[in-house]
Design a binder for this molecule. Structure first.
Ligand SMILES: [Zn+2]
Length: 360
């Protein structure tokens, strides 16, 4: 009898263990939130944020009062997001080739079919078309987000500018790898995506991708033997950064595209990555938001219009008024304060050749 009880308890324990493993897997991907995390932060299988980070998360830190809020996950409202390559490109790679890689990287995410959906016939919104509101299309299985190449821009500013034309830029930093204050950045960082958002809702206003071509070399067709394995596949880097662009944070799953560290060629979305993009942009066209933003946990997406907020600016907005940069400033106007910026870095992992630095 006692043995039976023990066996039963063992079985119960095993089931509990299996249950918890299953739950952890379901939680593997992480969404970027309005809560700032240290650059060195790495999520675990159990938590995308720590309790300590959540407790101190203050989304309206620019406003009076500093009321703590639950972190809001980030999301784009429109079905189509426009992006622009900086006209300078990079001297290290052919512009058209880079442009194609960017397009391919976006498509990796936007062509995702979501598990559980039945109909795989949801058409893409054709170039130049003003597609029907996506909420009309309920039966498709493809995610309800698209990306559009809006051509080149001259502007090389990073961030969102309220009341001015904007651009979601892909920018190569050939000549220096520095922040907006000209401080040298960590040379191990391959690329950086800066996402600007509304801290009260988590709605993304703009996203910019900077590539560290100053410290690193990238290849498109095949690695350069002369680099001795020290160059990186551009598509792998872009694929990871586009995940940030769409609102995903780093995943604790080492196989995931959204794992924090680069290691070799990796540009296929895993189940974890697909679960992430499908959670934010389900085929129904809705956007998954914090329940304090909408009691249902969803808001409707908008019909395809890839124009950035305030219009597409070929040149940079004047550096005055309501400009918002990655630098956090407190006690400014509401318009200024309504948007904060979060940057995600993608680190190079060089094995034994270079000490791995994760603390930056
Ligand atoms: Zn990253």
């Amino acid at each position: 009898m006692q043995r039976r009880v023990r066996r039963l308890m063992l079985l119960v324990n095993l089931l509990v263990l299996l249950g918890s493993v299953g739950e952890r897997r379901a939680l593997a991907f992480c969404r970027t939130t309005t809560c700032k995390v240290p650059a060195s932060f790495q999520p675990t299988q159990d938590h995308c944020l720590t309790d300590a980070i959540e407790r101190t998360c203050v989304i309206d830190q620019f406003l009076e009062g500093k009321t703590p809020h639950k972190p809001r996950p980030l999301w784009w409202r429109n079905r189509c997001v426009g992006y622009s390559m900086n006209v300078g490109g990079t001297s290290k790679l052919a512009f058209d080739d880079v442009s194609q890689v960017a397009k391919k990287a976006f498509a990796l995410w936007t062509n995702s079919s979501c598990p559980g959906a039945t109909d795989k016939s949801l058409p893409e919104c054709p170039e130049g078309a003003n597609c029907a509101p996506i909420s009309v299309v309920e039966s498709g299985s493809r995610v309800s987000i698209d990306a559009r190449d809006l051509g080149t821009v001259e502007c090389n500013d990073i961030g969102y500018f309220s009341g001015a034309a904007n651009q979601n830029t892909i920018l190569f930093r050939d000549t220096e790898w520095s922040d907006t204050k000209k401080n040298r950045r960590d040379s191990n960082v391959l690329a950086l995506t800066t996402v600007s958002f509304d801290p009260t809702t988590g709605e993304i206003r703009s996203a910019d991708l900077e590539v560290n071509t100053f410290d690193h070399d990238f290849w498109i067709d095949s690695p350069d033997p002369a680099k001795g394995g020290n160059d990186f596949e551009l598509l792998s880097v872009f694929a990871h950064e586009m995940g940030h662009f769409f609102g995903l944070a780093h995943s604790p799953d080492p196989l995931s595209l959204m794992f924090w560290s680069a290691s070799g060629v990796k540009h296929d979305l895993t189940t974890d990555d697909i679960a992430g993009i499908c959670t934010i942009y389900p085929p129904s066209g809705k956007r998954s938001v914090h329940k304090e933003v909408s009691s249902t946990g969803f808001v409707e997406g908008e019909r395809c219009d890839p124009t950035p907020r305030g219009g597409l600016g070929q040149t940079c907005a004047p550096r005055s008024g309501c400009a918002v940069t990655p630098t956090r400033t407190r006690g400014n106007t509401l318009a200024f304060a309504s948007f904060v910026t979060l940057a995600w870095a993608f680190f190079a992992r060089r094995g034994k050749r270079r000490r791995r630095r994760t603390g930056q």
